[in-house]
Design a protein around this ligand. Structure first.
Ligand SMILES: NC(=O)c1ccc[n+]([C@@H]2O[C@H](COP(=O)([O-])OP(=O)(O)OC[C@H]3O[C@@H](n4cnc5c(N)ncnc54)[C@H](O)[C@@H]3O)[C@@H](O)[C@H]2O)c1
Length: 416
């Protein structure tokens, strides 16, 4: 088996994780890094030594176009783990040169740009992979199979709570964090669009059918978006969506919190409730009282997703875990959450406390009553806005409202 020959765009941020992973695969003869680039290549000299680029014969460039012009004939795969607003042009460059693309999630957060990318990808020899981490987890795939097999009865709804504290300097780590737009184009970076996007995509995966690799189609969305941090976008999302199949999905997501990170995916079926906590365990709580526990094995998302995509590139399996078209429900849901919410409301000042973590030397926000609000929303559909967070819930937005998306984002920016 000859190694998959790879080019990686970028060296810092999450691109560094791809470098670490490919270096491991290269040691085992499964991959070979041909080239990489970064406009800041000079500031990664230590990393380049650690990754032993000189010994491995890796060509280093300052610009991705120069890299592709020089190396495209030698590449089986182009990895794109760069700022979200650069994904479309870099994906396009790969496809036009006939190189399959491992594109980091989210592919884009603009539904129109996604449609262009889907059209372009159809012309490619091999479909691009969108790197949502968790779709290929074996217990997840097995549970989806059981849901589709009808063992738990009809799927009625699902919910996701994900409270992942992020300090103020998280939003200063690069020039696009927390931005709604840059250079007149949509960025829309947020907890829903970026760090928690994996989980939201997982929820749509639970609600998809009848095939294994299927995602629920969005019919309508209501939302309340908030911000605590000094950013353009939202750091807290309360979202309720209905799917075309009639299931209700509730999401309560925030970076405006302190303490331990928490997340839980729950699927409500006629005969059982499935609770899946990435990195911990899955549980099936049968309505007749039985509880089935499924321990989750340690899972190296990036390593396993690379190998999974490589198998597809070698012709050993029929499709990548998530294609650009599979990402459509996620992008539509995210865009309609903005359309429905209409504005990003500041939290009432009386509820907001700044917290200094002296050990980490970092500053967090905490919103009084966040945990209670999340539980009331997830379990009863009680919206926090009218109940004390000082805003109305957005009106229902449907895919027919997507043409209002760009104006909504511009209005959110103007109101900032
Ligand atoms: N799968 C995951 O678990 C996971 C985790 C974190 C981030 N991500 C995703 O990875 C992507 C990158 O996020 P990040 O926070 O690392 O971003 P980042 O801003 O840190 O950028 C990553 C790299 O891209 C480089 N870069 C920027 N402009 C470039 C250009 N014009 N040409 C070449 N390289 C360029 C940067 O210098 C940096 O090295 C995003 O899509 C993000 O959502 C995925």
């Amino acid at each position: 088996m000859s190694p998959i020959r790879i080019g990686i765009i970028g060296m810092g941020g999450f691109a560094a994780w791809h470098h670490n992973t490919i270096a491991r695969l290269e040691e085992r003869g499964q991959a070979r890094l041909i080239c990489t680039c970064d406009p800041q290549a000079g500031s990664f000299t230590l990393e380049q030594q650690n990754w032993r680029f000189a010994e491995r014969g890796v060509a280093v460039f300052g610009d991705y176009k120069a890299m592709l012009a020089a190396c495209h004939r030698d590449l089986d795969l182009l990895v794109v783990p760069t700022p979200i607003n650069l994904h479309a042009e870099m994906h396009r460059a790969g496809v036009e040169l006939g190189i399959p693309v491992y594109l980091e999630k989210p592919p884009t957060l603009d539904y129109l740009e996604l449609e262009e990318m889907i059209t372009r990808d159809r012309q490619a020899r091999r479909a691009s992979l969108v790197g949502f981490n968790f779709i290929i987890e074996k217990p997840r795939l097995a549970l989806k199979q059981r849901i589709l097999g009808g063992e738990f009865g009809a799927t009625q709804g699902a919910s996701l709570m994900a409270l992942w504290p992020r300090p103020a300097d998280y939003f200063r780590r690069n020039n696009w964090a927390g931005r709604l737009m840059m250079d007149g184009r949509v960025v829309l970076d947020s907890c829903m669009g970026n760090a928690l996007a994996h989980f939201v995509h997982n929820m749509l995966f639970w609600l998809g059918g009848p095939e294994q690799f299927s995602w629920g189609e969005i019919a309508g969305v209501r939302a309340e978006l908030y911000r605590a941090h000094a950013i353009e976008g939202a750091d807290t999302f309360f979202v309720e969506a209905t799917t075309a199949a009639g299931a209700t999905l509730r999401l309560a997501l925030s970076h405006a919190c302190a303490g331990q990170s928490q997340h839980a995916e729950t699927v409500q079926c006629e005969k059982a409730e499935i609770r899946y906590i990435v990195g911990q365990q899955a549980e099936i709580r049968w309505r007749d009282g039985r509880i089935e526990r499924l321990p989750l094995e340690p899972f190296d998302g990036l390593h396993d997703n690379h190998l999974d995509y490589h198998r597809y590139l070698r012709g050993e399996q029929s499709r990548p875990a998530t294609t650009l078209a599979d990402s459509r429900p996620f992008v539509v849901l995210n865009d309609l959450a903005h359309v429905s919410s209409g504005r990003i409301a500041p939290f009432p000042a009386a509820l907001l406390t700044g917290l200094r973590d002296e050990k980490e030397q970092k500053d967090y926000f905490n919103v009084a009553g966040m945990q209670r609000a999340v539980e009331a929303f997830i379990t009863q559909g009680a919206w926090p806005g009218p109940a004390g967070w000082g805003r109305d819930t957005g009106a229902r937005a449907t895919p027919a409202d997507l043409p209002r998306f760009h104006d909504t984002v511009r209005a959110m920016l103007a109101a900032r």
